[in-house]
Design a protein around this ligand. Structure first.
Ligand SMILES: [Zn+2]
Length: 548
């Protein structure tokens, strides 16, 4: 009798314990080739799962059996032939129609009679049950893992799966780079494509090396996937449910939300190149329109950049003159001079921070209590919401929507709680702000157009140009530090008189810290901080290059 030899093993979990295709073939040949009633006409080897119908080679083999090329199949075990009801049913139906005369397995004796077919259908049924329960177990395992705060599948770029602890840890090679991509986005000064190009060509970001794939430059779409993935904010979304992640968040929920807002802006879709540092930032003081820039050549052949009102109002003839860039930048520098702090003041402020860190506990306890209360309140609201749903006072849609909001609130508060209990959350931003105030002038003097634009964007708002005079408002919490004559808590001596003049008085110092504390989490402030971090990093990079 003519037989087909069929060997199958997929890479999927249900076939993990099964012999390799090669061993199946060897075993089958050893068991059946010596038997005189068996003639093997063809061998099929298929690396495909049988949990769903649609195996190409298997289907071809059955068609050939229907055509009469052979009338029997040899396989290692019935589960090699089918793990789904359609393929299993097809085999049994072919046996019923006598198209298929016999099946031979080394592991199972099949006889083509009613009992044999009944046993076979049970074995097929069991093979199907095996894959079904396996996937159910995997699902349950994944859900349990997500509930415990760990992402069940592969960690996204910037993180690694720690095989030993079965947790997710920051990738030492990539975590900082990906964080910097978030910063660039948060700064609001870069489009996603620019960030992508910087990451790919300037920082050489490549994906992690895996068994078969990886170690390749990332794609632009991957950048969008990163910026839209709440995992980076410490949130696990699994099966449509939100879980607080146990992994170290890369960005805060506030930062994440801010980026989503920036990504949603339509202006990102069309490229906007700023050839001129301040276009779009300054308004004309006479007619309120935007001030634009252009390059001109004077009669001696020198190139100048001029800023001027667009003068496009039909109802008002704007008579504002052109202003040369050098004139404009002198005024910006004067403004920066006002908000700047000297090295001595910088040092003094850092010492104040250190002191505050010591006497912080009382304030921290109060802050923790209020955060804890807010967190408990959010939890109570969630319980109340469930009660409303149970009583039928709201429908499913409302329930799901509101529950998602509440879950987000809870996560946000939990993050704040953790942040607050770990460190003094305002300290780092405050330090960054004063470092910026200390160095902005030097960065401005040596920076390119983009740097200048960032700096002005960080400290200034409501820039108005009128009669060649540029007025800038300092953004909160930047301030024109009042210069007190001297301070008792300063060890004077070596420090020069000029820096003494620039030390802040107690009141404005106090106000500064309070403002930083209240601004935390504010979207605009988040953006300001991201710009400052970017400026600091940029500057560190150039210093390093200069040293090397
Ligand atoms: Zn004007």
């Amino acid at each position: 009798m003519k037989y087909f030899l069929y060997c199958r093993k997929s890479t999927e979990s249900e076939d993990r314990q099964v012999l390799s295709i090669e061993s199946q073939r060897t075993e089958l040949e050893r068991a059946f080739s010596a038997q005189p009633d068996i003639e093997v006409v063809d061998v099929y080897e298929e690396a495909f799962s049988a949990k769903a119908p649609g195996r190409p080679l298997f289907n071809e083999m059955l068609s050939r059996i229907e055509r009469g090329d052979a009338c029997g199949i040899i396989a290692w075990h019935p589960d090699r032939l089918a793990r789904n009801s359609i393929d299993g049913g097809r085999i049994i139906y072919l046996l019923d129609k006598k198209v298929l005369a016999g099946l031979r397995f080394p592991t199972f004796t099949f006889e083509n009679n009613p009992q044999g077919k009944f046993m076979l259908s049970i074995i097929f049924g069991y093979s199907k049950y095996y894959v079904d329960s396996l996937s159910e177990n995997v699902k349950r395992g994944n859900r349990t893992k997500a509930e415990k705060g760990w992402r069940p599948n592969m960690a996204p770029i910037g993180y690694l799966n720690d095989k030993a602890t079965r947790t997710i840890v920051p990738d030492p090679d990539r975590f900082a780079i990906i964080r910097r991509m978030w910063d660039l986005m948060l700064s609001g000064a870069y489009r996603p494509r620019q960030i992508y190009e910087i990451a790919r060509f300037k920082w050489g970001l490549r994906s992690r090396k895996r068994k078969r794939t990886g170690d390749a430059p990332i794609a632009l779409s991957a950048l969008y996937e990163i910026l839209k993935n709440p995992f980076y904010a410490g949130i696990l979304v699994w099966d449509g449910k939100v879980y607080p992640g146990k992994h170290q968040p890369m960005v805060s929920i506030d930062e994440f939300d801010r980026v989503q807002e920036l990504l949603g802006r339509r202006s990102w879709q069309r490229p906007k190149q700023h050839v001129f540092a301040y276009t779009g930032m300054i308004k004309c003081g006479e007619c309120g329109l935007s001030v634009t820039a252009e390059k001109r050549v004077n009669r001696y052949g020198y190139r100048y950049t001029y800023y001027h009102c667009t003068k496009k109002r039909w109802d008002l003839r704007c008579g504002q003159p052109y202003v040369e860039i050098a004139d404009l930048e002198r005024q910006i520098l004067a403004f920066l001079e006002n908000i700047s702090i000297s090295d001595a003041a910088h040092q003094w402020m850092l010492r104040q921070f250190a002191k505050r860190r010591e006497k912080q506990p009382d304030q921290k306890a109060a802050q923790l209590t209020s955060l804890q209360q807010a967190y408990d309140a959010a939890k109570t609201s969630a319980t109340n919401l469930t009660k409303l749903r149970i009583r039928g006072l709201i429908n499913d849609e409302e329930f799901v929507a509101q529950r998602q909001d509440l879950e987000r609130d809870q996560l946000r508060l939990k993050q704040s709680l953790e942040r607050a209990s770990q460190s003094d959350s305002w300290l780092e931003p405050a330090e960054q702000l004063i470092s910026f105030s200390n160095r902005a002038i030097s960065w401005f003097q040596h920076g390119d157009e983009q740097t200048k634009r960032l700096i002005v964007g960080v400290v200034g708002s409501n820039l108005v140009l009128k009669d060649k005079r540029l007025s800038i408002e300092a953004k909160i919490p930047f301030r024109h530090w009042k210069k007190t004559a001297s301070r008792p808590d300063l060890c004077a001596g070596a420090e020069d008189v000029r820096s003494l003049r620039k030390l802040p008085d107690t009141a404005s110092w106090q106000a500064f810290i309070e403002q930083v504390e209240t601004l935390l989490g504010d979207p605009a402030f988040t953006q300001t901080l991201a710009c400052i971090r970017e400026l600091i990093k940029n500057h560190e990079a150039t210093t390093l290059r200069a040293v090397a």
